[in-house]
Ligand binder design. Structure first.
Ligand SMILES: O=P(O)(O)OC[C@H]1O[C@H](OP(=O)(O)OP(=O)(O)O)[C@H](O)[C@@H]1O
Ligand code: HPA
Ligand SMILES: [Mg+2]
Length: 174
């Protein structure tokens, strides 16, 4: 059966915001290059769109971590499924996420990536659900949208691996 999906943030609004954040990042990193770390799989659409809007030199690497399985609640255990290909030493690292929900994935990532001696680490997320944090506050440098506590899909976000390809952010009416 098809799920019913309600539009939360329309495509044009997402695209405009991604452009705006790309411009801010370009200004903040002026004179430097930025090493984007795409957190797979959810971060892939946002990373590609954002990278196109950044005007300083960009390099890309990919990491895959998983904690949600097929449900809508984090298992609490974050697993590295695929590690980065490149070392981070001396690089200006920008972690790109589709969503920060409980904060577990990002807290875990920051802890392990800090140990690899980057010049600095910043965080960029498409969506933030601040009301859901269970861990200590994570410092987020760039947020496109803060959203209420609803399970969202689209623009990389899935429900049971479906709907990642929607060009807008929607809510599955369960
Ligand atoms: O703040 P948290 O509660 O940790 O949730 C956020 C994380 O959960 C999702 O990934 P998931 O583990 O479902 O993997 P996926 O990106 O492959 O869908 C999402 O892409 C974030 O990485
Ligand atoms: O709201 C969400 N939707 C999809 N995946 C997620 N992972 C954490 N929160 C979410
Ligand atoms: Mg997911």
């Amino acid at each position: 059966m098809e799920d019913k999906i309600r539009v939360l943030i329309p495509e044009q609004e997402v695209d405009e915001k991604v452009k705006e954040i790309g411009k801010r990042i370009s200004e903040d990193y002026a004179g430097k290059s930025v090493h984007l770390i795409c957190v797979l799989k959810g971060g892939v659409f946002f990373t590609c769109e954002l990278a196109k809007r950044i005007s300083v030199p960009v390099s890309l690497d990919f990491m895959s971590v998983s904690s949600y399985g097929s449900g809508t609640e984090s298992s609490g255990v974050v697993k590295i499924v695929k590690d980065l290909d490149e070392p981070l030493a001396g690089k200006h690292v920008l972690i790109v996420e589709d969503i920060i929900d409980s904060g577990r994935t990002l807290s875990y990532l920051i802890e392990i990536l800090k140990q690899r001696n980057p010049a600095d680490i910043r965080i960029c997320t498409l969506l933030d659900k601040p009301s859901r944090r269970v861990k200590k506050e994570v410092q987020v440098d760039y947020t496109c949208f803060s959203i209420p506590d609803e399970f969202v899909v689209g623009y990389g976000l899935d429900y049971d691996q479906k709907y990642r390809n929607l060009p807008y952010i929607g809510v599955v009416e369960l």
